[in-house]
Design a protein around this ligand. Structure first.
Ligand SMILES: C[S@@+](CC[C@H](N)C(=O)[O-])C[C@H]1O[C@@H](n2cnc3c(N)ncnc32)[C@H](O)[C@@H]1O
Ligand code: SF4
Length: 411
């Protein structure tokens, strides 16, 4: 596993931000991401910055390090605005004792009605844990289910049984969580049509109000990547993943879950993940934890990857940021297109994009109705070809900023 950081420029040791970045802070929605870099075992496809037992990374003291970074954030921001959203992701946040998560959440000032999501693996929670997490202020639980087929879970190196995610989703509802989401992966090696059907049926049985479903991607540096490279496993088949997408979209729609981003479906506006919406709309957020990325007013930065280096920096009174970048106008326009086109609300087109959009509508990839009002919205086939559509609409050949490639990786 080899998560990588972008290049960028060095970040100042005190983490200070330029005045132009801080201007208007608090007038835009503000989010806080907390990365928890621990897993019980590593799934072969995953390149997230996470550490398993035996890799020399201690969980004890982790929340103290994160709280030290939060104290730095408060200083740098001149008092952080109350968070509209908090997302505790990983890794596996629920490997921390629930009291530690409660201590963390208690320290993060939140706006009334804030969304507080915690990611969990199905075998890392039980009803008592979920009740305590809910009492600590979490409002939304995001469970990594991936598949309902045992052999697919085995191919993905998942540690839980097929039924565990459905049971955990029900327990979360019983514990009082307003919103429960399931993460799915489709197109894994050995997954058959009937396995995907079984997964979709399990979603129906779980009674959740949100689903994230991603095609399996083969990330460099992962075990899956090595297996595919030496021919031990087949590479994911784009045609098959497109078929899974069409079927998944229809089955989720039949459950009352409508797409609002190309890989995310929700029962209604309240069930959408507002935190991820902040990434997609380039709002402000502070990412706490090793490898976490932040964005405030057009400045992005990213923390050192290793949890021990991260904690050392904070103990020495220094910012854990490894590098940062100020986005140029060209990069911002490009990112607006690449992220905005993925949303159901569509992308408000600039005049230079109108001709390309008309061609895409003629090809059946954009919906012609909103186009009359200058908005590009993907059709079903457009969602499947979203990357190509985004490139066709890209306003300039400016390269995508390195950190943006990782934006929105939390579910
Ligand atoms: C990184 S995990 C963190 C949450 C939790 N540990 C879990 O596994 O559910 C968040 C989600 O990212 C998705 N994911 C990670 N790597 C992926 C890959 N290579 N292809 C597709 N989805 C991936 C999975 O659906 C996973 O549930
Ligand atoms: S997918 Fe989730 S459980 Fe698996 S290694 Fe990645 S973060 Fe950990």
């Amino acid at each position: 596993m080899s998560p990588r950081l972008p290049d960028g420029e060095p970040a100042p040791a005190d983490g200070a931000l330029p005045a132009h970045a801080l201007a208007g802070l608090g007038t835009r929605p503000f989010g806080v991401y907390v990365h928890v870099p621990f897993c019980a075992s590593r799934c072969g496809y995953c390149d997230f910055n996470t550490y398993i037992p035996g890799e020399g990374v201690r969980r004890e003291g982790y929340v103290d390090a994160v709280l030290a970074e939060w104290a730095l954030a408060e200083r740098v921001l001149g008092g952080a605005p109350p968070a509209a959203t908090v997302f505790v992701g990983g890794g596996t946040p629920t490997l921390l004792p629930v009291g530690e998560l409660a201590r963390l959440l208690a320290a993060l000032p939140r706006a009334p009605g804030a969304e507080v999501t915690v990611e969990a693996n199905p075998d890392s929670v039980d009803p008592a844990y979920l009740r305590a997490l809910r009492a600590a202020g979490a409002t939304r639980l995001s469970l990594g289910m991936q598949s309902a087929a045992g052999h697919v879970l085995a191919a993905l190196d998942r540690s839980h049984t097929p039924g565990a995610a459905v049971a955990a989703a029900r327990a979360a509802r019983e514990a009082g969580f307003e919103h429960v989401s399931l993460d799915l992966i489709h197109g894994a090696p050995g997954e058959r049509d009937e396995d995907w059907e079984a997964t979709l049926a399990a979603v129906a049985a779980a009674g959740v109000d949100h689903v994230s479903a991603y095609p399996l991607t083969v990330e460099p540096g992962t075990r899956l990547h090595a297996q595919v490279r030496r021919g031990a496993l087949p590479a994911p088949d784009a045609e098959l993943q497109a078929r899974r997408y069409r079927r998944g979209d229809a089955a989720l729609a039949a459950l009352g879950l409508d797409w609002y981003e190309i890989c995310n479906w929700a029962a209604d506006d309240d069930a959408r993940c507002a935190h991820n919406g902040g990434y997609w709309r380039s709002h402000d957020w502070w990412g706490l934890g090793p490898g976490a990325h932040s964005h405030v007013g057009g400045v992005r930065w990213w923390n050192v990857l290793h949890p021990e280096r991260y904690a050392e920096r904070l103990r020495a009174g220094r910012s854990p940021a490894a590098g940062r970048e100020r986005l140029s106008d060209g990069q911002r326009a490009l990112e607006r297109t690449l992220l905005g086109i993925r949303l159901r609300e569509g992308l408000a087109l600039e005049p230079v994009q109108v001709d390309a959009a008309a061609d895409l509508a003629a090809d059946g990839l954009l919906d012609p109705d909103p186009l009359d009002h200058g908005v590009a919205r993907l059709t079903l086939e457009g969602r499947i070809a979203a990357d190509a559509v985004a490139l066709a609409l890209a306003p300039s050949p400016a390269p995508l900023s390195p950190s943006a490639r990782r934006a929105g990786t939390s579910s």
